[in-house]
Design a protein around this ligand. Structure first.
Ligand SMILES: Cc1cc2nc3c(=O)[nH]c(=O)nc-3n(C[C@H](O)[C@H](O)[C@H](O)COP(=O)(O)OP(=O)(O)OC[C@H]3O[C@@H](n4cnc5c(N)ncnc54)[C@H](O)[C@@H]3O)c2cc1C
Length: 294
């Protein structure tokens, strides 16, 4: 049974914000794949919901004049994976969100819901961190743009005010152009499983395989997605050899804090995090050699 007090529907972003202003206790629902589970479990029972399903202005995926790519918050994972702009310029994100759940889930689950839910296992998050994505928010006080690294505040906690909506996510040209990337999700089952640990890496290499830039982000390696800045600094300016890849993966572990859970022990996660980072970097190298950069 779903214990829901009432449900409001908005047709535009401004209408949604006005409803939130009038009743800050309203809880936004997009695809509902997190919210409805929590309601059924009793963790969010008896709430008034605000559905944004009819807010079509949140469904665009655009290549902007300055080369930035903007994805509206209400895009489902299947729409993102199938989108031509995503495939051409930021395919790693399309591949990452294609690992979420099963096909039915990917048709309803939205990128806005994935990010705002604040789960360390969110499959869109590491790749968005590796692209230095910017979260766009709109509320009664106007529009805000927050770097994703600052948007995450802890397990299930994000920098979203009661009267705000996430309207989209933006990736600027300098953060994808010329980069290769890879996302690795390690889960106990091949499909339909929440991640045990994840890693996403974006790298820019020159013709001698020297790393000009690299950004690595990990999921379920701490309370929220984590960038490993020290390990990134180590790799910059070095050739992407197997030896340097191994050193990077080892160094990165010092910046991560995986924990024991029923899903996996800390020791197993540590081993997995080392392995998936090396695999991501080797994939980046192979994609670079194959000319698969944006
Ligand atoms: C069977 C199952 C399997 C799953 N497997 C995976 C998986 O493999 N990987 C993974 O990452 N996730 C998984 N999930 C979790 C879930 O599907 C995702 O987190 C999904 O992206 C949530 O999107 P949604 O639109 O359904 O969010 P909702 O449930 O509608 O909302 C989630 C949260 O975000 C808030 N919210 C949503 N949109 C906005 C917005 N635009 N502005 C402000 N707040 C907003 C809501 O208020 C709510 O707090 C799974 C869930 C289920 C039920």
């Amino acid at each position: 049974m779903y214990d829901i007090k009432g449900i409001y529907e908005a047709y535009t972003v401004d209408e949604a914000i006005n409803l939130l202003k009038e009743n800050p206790d309203l809880h936004v629902i997009a695809g509902g794949s997190d919210v409805l589970v929590k309601i059924r479990e009793g963790k969010m029972a008896g709430l008034d919901l605000l559905s944004i399903q009819l807010v079509d202005e949140l469904r665009n995926i655009d290549l902007l004049e300055d080369g930035s790519i903007r994805i509206g918050a209400l895009n489902s994972f299947s729409k993102i994976t199938d989108n031509e702009i995503v495939k051409k310029y930021i395919n790693t994100l399309g591949e990452a969100v294609d690992t979420v759940g099963g096909p039915q889930l990917r048709n309803i689950a939205t990128i806005g819901g994935n990010v705002c839910n604040g789960a360390p296992s969110a499959d869109s998050a590491p790749t968005l961190f590796s692209y230095n994505a910017i979260i766009e928010l709109k509320g009664v006080d106007g529009v805000r743009e927050v770097p994703i690294q600052e948007f995450y505040k802890g397990i299930g906690k994000v920098d979203l005010k009661d009267t705000e909506l996430m309207t989209g996510v933006k990736i600027t040209k300098e953060n994808y152009k010329g980069y290769v990337g890879h996302y690795f999700k390690y889960a106990m089952r091949e499909a339909m499983d929440i991640a045990t640990s994840t890693c996403a890496i974006s790298a820019k290499l020159n013709e001698d395989l020297i790393v000009e830039d690299v950004r690595a982000a990990y999921g379920v390696a701490g309370p929220m997605p984590i960038r490993t800045y020290k390990a990134e600094d180590f790799l910059k300016g070095k050739e992407l050899t197997d030896e340097n890849i191994g050193k990077f993966a080892k160094l990165a572990l010092e910046e991560l804090s995986p924990r024991d859970s029923w899903r996996a022990s800390k020791d197993l996660r540590t081993q997995v995090l080392y392995e998936i980072a090396t695999r991501c970097l080797k994939e980046c190298r192979a994609k670079h050699k194959g000319g698969q950069y944006a």
